[in-house]
Write a protein that binds this ligand. Structure first.
Ligand SMILES: NC(=O)c1ccc[n+]([C@@H]2O[C@H](COP(=O)([O-])OP(=O)(O)OC[C@H]3O[C@@H](n4cnc5c(N)ncnc54)[C@H](O)[C@@H]3O)[C@@H](O)[C@H]2O)c1
Length: 250
């Protein structure tokens, strides 16, 4: 497969949260191919360490639960110490656990917001100063089309993912004067191993193929490649936007 090459991404320090598996892993791989220095955060140790050994010295893993904001800040600082100021941030970590309306407690609600939304703000806050000093930056927040298509059974997840849009627009406004861009990408249904093993059914796939304009299942690379574009200088005037990548479902 021919992949675009983005000279502006070479040697750039990139952080990807949730980079140990799924879409985040593919994003890490694609940035590594571009010659970026990639730091990624994940709670999953074994898969993440295997990825680092495969990709080599320009990729570094920090084991970190992104809901622990002190740990998140420390991990981001470690990456900046090793690789230089972070000028691309991909806020990708999330957890799409389903929950029945009647089972949700205040503590559970707060936990879902913490894993799906809160860390995106604090990661952006933590890297902002380095981006200002560098004179540029690109923040890419992973949203979701789940709330746009009216998905039930995961109200705390959909609430978080719709809030990513507002968060992105406020970051774009506050950081734009420093030439720091903020965009979000809202994936449709992307067939990671987790999605295929946990949630994909025959009926679900049939419905998806009816609803999508494109009649193929989308894969992590369908997200990773637009992420490269929004991180690179090719999208230098794009900020304050959310881009849907869903094969035309919504
Ligand atoms: N796959 C889809 O269909 C789909 C659809 C819409 C949006 N998205 C969004 O795309 C992003 C990636 O999705 P995915 O399907 O690859 O997810 P995934 O669940 O397959 O992977 C998420 C990664 O984040 C890590 N992670 C989870 N909780 C963490 C925590 N507390 N601290 C650190 N790391 C943690 C996991 O270990 C995993 O490596 C998410 O933001 C998700 O909401 C995915």
């Amino acid at each position: 497969m021919n992949i675009a090459s983005y000279p502006s991404l070479k040697d750039r320090t990139v952080v990807v949260s949730g980079g140990g598996s799924g879409i985040g892993e593919q994003i890490v791989r694609r940035f590594a191919e571009q010659g970026s220095r990639v730091g990624f955060l994940d709670i999953a140790k074994d898969a993440s360490e295997a990825l680092v050994s495969e990709l080599g010295d320009n990729v570094m893993f920090q084991q970190c639960d992104v809901t622990d904001i002190d740990a998140l800040r420390a991990s981001l600082a470690n990456i900046a110490d090793a690789f230089g100021p972070v000028t691309v941030l991909v806020n990708n970590a999330a957890h799409d656990e389903r929950h029945k309306l009647e089972d949700v407690t205040p503590e559970y609600w707060d936990g879902r917001i913490a894993v799906n939304l809160k860390h995106q703000f604090f990661a952006a806050q933590a890297v902002a100063q380095g981006m200002k000093e560098a004179g540029h930056g690109s923040i890419i927040n992973m949203g979701s089309t789940s709330w746009m298509v009216g998905q039930g059974g995961m109200a705390a997840y959909t609430a978080s993912k719709s809030a990513v849009l507002g968060l992105t627009r406020s970051l774009a406004r506050d950081l734009g004067p420093y030439n720091i861009r903020a965009n979000s990408i809202a994936p449709g249904w992307i067939m990671t191993e987790r999605q295929e093993s946990l949630w994909l059914t025959e009926e679900g796939e049939k419905e998806l193929m009816e609803r999508q304009c494109l009649k193929r299942k989308l894969v992590p690379d369908d997200i990773a490649r637009p992420v490269l574009f929004f991180a690179s200088d090719e999208s230098g005037a794009c900020t304050n936007q959310s881009y849907v990548v869903d094969g035309g479902w919504t």
